[in-house]
Design a protein around this ligand. Structure first.
Ligand SMILES: O=C(O)c1[nH]c(=O)[nH]c(=O)c1Cl
Length: 313
């Protein structure tokens, strides 16, 4: 099958990329993504200043029994905005698009970073993270509709170019409606990435009767198989409610099957997190081959032919 995809006005070799935060914190990882089969890539969500993040253990893969997944409370460790801006200025955009993810600790920090990104005049695509669940004392902007509205207004007037947002999962129709109503008031919000990890889950080790991770009494963001149905729901909910925006799907993708489901639900690109963390950048070619085989089997020549075509009963 032909996996070439159009994202906004950009031709992309294929619809598969990494999820922000996974395999994208330092130059060596970013270079590995640039050399991988991924059709696009995104940098680790950054803050204005470098951050160490939360104490370890702060990431655990959950693969002892089914389902496969992960829990993390990294706490936004990153090299600081200037580091990722420097990478964005030396990235080969002919090879593949680069997204820059920002997660400022304050609105001012976000606006400062956006100002520099705008003046740097790079083709990098801005993904504003509204959904980090792991900074102690910081709630997720995506769950505070008033501050989300304010941030989108400020970023729109500051950046004055199309950008996107990374949303937390929502679990109520009224929340899908309210979030979409806000997003639809900002035409510069060109894309919406659903979902970030399901925040503040708790995984327990039975033998030791202890939490698996250290920060926040063991509460952390859930990824992997656990979140696929919620991810698909959020992709489809915003696909239905934001007809003028592009949806990027993220959550529970570990093979061509889940990638196909995300596209069927309305996603244009799909992001891989937990499975990339565990398998490494070789996963992209595997998922692409699997997706292509499924499309061949079903008789779809391009992703366009089935994107958003989920049937209801
Ligand atoms: O703890 C993190 O760094 C983190 N972890 C996540 O699962 N999502 C995020 O957006 C971030 Cl910023």
């Amino acid at each position: 099958a032909d996996l070439t995809t159009q994202f906004l006005d950009l031709p992309v070799k294929n619809p598969v990329m990494n999820a922000a935060g996974v395999w994208c914190s330092v130059a060596s990882q970013l270079e590995a993504l640039a050399e991988s089969a991924a059709g696009a890539m995104v940098t680790k969500s950054c803050t204005l200043q470098p951050r160490d993040g939360n104490p370890e253990p702060r990431y655990r893969v959950l693969d002892g029994d089914k389902p496969f997944g992960s829990i993390n409370s990294m706490g936004l460790p990153n090299e600081g905005f200037a580091y990722y801006l420097r990478y964005a200025q030396r990235h080969d955009y002919e090879e593949k698009p680069l997204f820059v993810s920002l997660s400022g600790l304050t609105l001012d920090d976000n606006l400062t970073m956006i100002d520099s990104l705008k003046d740097a005049v790079t083709p990098a695509i801005l993904e504003v993270n509204l959904s980090c669940p792991n900074v102690p004392g910081k709630s997720q902007i995506g769950y505070d509709f008033e501050s989300m509205d304010t941030l989108l207004a400020e970023v729109s007037s500051g950046y004055q170019r199309p950008f996107g947002v990374k949303l937390p999962p929502y679990f109520d129709m009224a929340h899908f409606d309210e979030a979409a109503e806000i997003l639809n008031r900002y035409p510069l919000v060109a894309f919406v990435t659903c979902i970030n990890s399901i925040g503040n889950a708790l995984v327990i080790d039975l033998a030791s009767e202890t939490t698996l991770i250290k920060p926040k009494d063991g509460f952390g963001g859930l990824g992997g198989d656990y979140v696929l149905p919620t991810a698909l729901a959020n992709v489809n909910a915003f696909y239905r409610r934001c007809p003028n925006k592009t949806i990027i799907g993220c959550g529970g993708i570990k093979s061509g099957r889940e990638a196909f489901m995300h596209i069927l639900a309305g996603a244009t690109l799909v992001q891989i997190g937990t499975s990339l963390y565990e398998e490494g950048p070789g996963i992209f070619q595997r998922v692409l081959d699997e997706l292509s085989a499924i499309m061949d089997e079903k008789g779809y020549a391009t992703t366009e032919e089935f994107r958003g075509k989920l049937k209801t009963l």
